[in-house]
Design a protein around this ligand. Structure first.
Ligand SMILES: [Zn+2]
Length: 252
């Protein structure tokens, strides 16, 4: 690895940080800026143990979008994973979970990813387990056109059934969370936690045509986010919420 690749500039204080030192502090700079974590770092930070759910769905190319098939194959070969679901434990609490790999086409949700998320909710409902979802997504996958939008009601049904069964769901929103998750499963969560400074909104600055972003702190004020949790406290906070009955939560 070239020497310069071992360093990263902090987006908060602009300091130059040594990546191994940053990783040892869960990706959080001394100034408090939360740097992105990949899906594997996120899993090892939150779970005691986990096992990927057996799935027979895979991201596809229903519109024969130019170059998409090759892109998907390249991502899989590089070890990236589309939104995946797993069973596991967080400090002794058994959960069903799903998480996004932002390096897999910006964590976008196509029909396969929506199926994975819906099945995680359905399985949790059948097993009467809480859900933990770690969300980092650019929204619907535009290369699938309407197919990705058709998947929104499916995720709504899965999340609504889980909530109506009186079960707890905890979502952790990490920078960025945009578009389709906001109008599908997020409103149904018992607890909607967010990382400090995360962009959380239906449309990002580029889509709106100006630079202002809606951050988690603003969403806390508006009520979409229920709590902002620094990374070092996330595991214990999530454990406490997963173990509590759903009635003690904020209504969605
Ligand atoms: Zn910093």
């Amino acid at each position: 690895m070239p020497e310069w690749e071992r360093f990263v500039k902090c987006g908060g204080c602009q300091s130059i940080l040594f990546k191994p030192s940053l990783a040892a502090s869960l990706g959080v700079c001394e100034c408090g800026h939360h740097h992105p974590l990949n899906v594997h770092q996120r899993i090892s930070m939150l779970f005691d143990d986990f096992e990927f759910a057996e799935l027979d769905v895979m991201a596809g190319d229903p519109l024969d979008f130019p170059g998409l098939d090759e892109k998907l194959a390249g991502l899989r070969n590089a070890g990236n994973v589309a939104p995946s679901s797993a069973g596991g434990g967080v400090l002794g609490v058994a959960v069903r979970s799903f998480f996004f790999d932002f390096d897999f086409i910006g964590g976008t949700i196509g029909s396969a990813e929506a199926e994975v998320i819906t099945r995680a909710y359905e399985r949790a409902t059948a097993e009467r387990k809480p859900i933990l979802g770690v969300v980092r997504s650019g929204g619907a996958r535009v290369q699938e056109g309407l197919f990705s939008l058709f998947s929104v009601p499916k995720m709504v049904c899965g999340a609504a059934q889980h909530r109506d069964a009186g079960l707890v769901s905890v979502l952790l929103l990490a920078d960025p969370v945009m578009a389709s998750p906001m109008i599908s499963f997020i409103p149904f969560a018992t607890h909607r936690l967010a990382e400090p400074g995360a962009r959380v909104s239906f449309a990002g600055g580029r889509v709106k045509g100006h630079d202002t972003e809606v951050l988690a702190e603003q969403q806390l004020e508006w009520g979409l986010v229920t709590e902002i949790v620094e990374r070092r406290h996330q595991r214990s906070t999530i454990r406490k919420l997963l173990a509590a009955p759903a009635e003690s939560a904020n209504p969605g």
